[in-house]
Design a protein around this ligand. Sequence first.
Ligand code: SF4
Ligand code: SF4
Length: 471
Amino acid sequence: MSRTTAPRSRQVIDLPLDVRTQEKAITEKARCVEDGRLATYRPDGRNVERFLALLSRRMNRQLAVSFTGCVHCGLCADACHYSLAFPDDPQMAPVAKADRIRKIFKRHIDWTGRIAPWWVGARRPVDDEDLNELKNVVFGLCSGCRRCTLNCPMGVDTAGLIRFARGLLTELGIVPEGIFNVSRDQWDTGNQMGVSEEDYLETLAWMRDEVRAELGTDTVDIPVDKEGCDFLYVINPREIKFDPRSIGQAAKIFHLAGESWTMPRWGWDNTNFGLFSGDDALGAFVAANAYDAATRLKAKRIVISECGHGFRSTRWEGYGWAGRDQDVPSESVVVTLFRWLEEGRLRVDPGRNPLPVTFHDSCNIARSGGITEEPRRVLARVCADFREMTPNRTENYCCTGGGGLLSMAEYRPVRLEAAAVKARQLEATGAKLVCTMCHNCIDGLTDVIKHYGLDMKVVQILELVDAALVL
Ligand code: SF4
Ligand code: SF4
């Protein structure tokens, strides 16, 4: 007797909607839920109607072009690590994922689907089950890496369509629990890990004392809310909660480079779950916190710590979400480091980093952020044995933890199976260290390394620069 197993995509698509943490937030009277900024699920039978109304309201020309421009050539399948890892599962192809929302667009908005739906495969969702399936596709089978978008010959922004669908579902509370929880923290505390102001300030003071002890001078500082500095430094909350060393390393390097800097008391989180959830209002709120801090403190620019989606959100998308001009410019700390090394402000010895190092381009920094060369130029100066990964730069594969997937435990098994592509890429370098300028990628790559039993460790650029410093 033969036994058939459902395709992997089907197993993910069938996962139920879990709203327990939404119920908890209602019970606890979470501020963002009470005032309607973060939606919760309403099982009143009207979600399809709401979804279609939102679809119409949010439609714009760019989305319409991507909805209608696809010729179904299938080339994007070769770009996606999900379809490469599951070649016999057609639902893993980017075009199949986008078609889930494209069918609705065609039936509801496009003239072809309104007149002849059977001809163009147009179809409306019928009930909340259909919307939940869409949720599992757009949140569970895509890391938002934009590799398919970059490789589409027709210029179809599949990743943009997927984010658009995420945003509509977020407004209905039809979201993974992880997305809901982190959004709640970011709305109500200003940072995605719910770090209190007291813990933030205590950690900065602790790191300042560590650097003072290491350098043997009290002139080193980690200033907070200091006015008129060269730059405002914003970080990923993971640095406060799990890896404060990176703040100490930054403080030491900034001190040696001799530029004035400060961190803000409020508006220090450069990460932005609005990018992942598709909620532009959350995106605007978080990004504006940093822009307002820089303006309030009269900083000349914003320097963004090593975080991929934080960089993309703060450097690029946030200005648009918040409707701001780039009055205070922003840059990645790696660009800052590159400039200082070029100017001879930091003395380094590459012999202090002798192990073979490869570089993982974060999707949000290389493909969606335009930074590919500065990190390589820095690594060439501070490491003795640098090896490229193939493919690299804008064609690199995702760490598999992008798109907020690290917060969505229910999709972890399929994420790690899809990571076979990344694991092969890492292993082929023969490197002992994989360097990345993204906190999200650190966790994504660490998962991949552990799952596939690779003999390597993840490091960041600040860490390698710090290790190479000649004091
Ligand atoms: S999204 Fe682009 S690459 Fe993919 S099937 Fe459509 S036209 Fe082809
Ligand atoms: S954005 Fe990345 S993960 Fe998502 S469908 Fe495209 S290639 Fe695949």
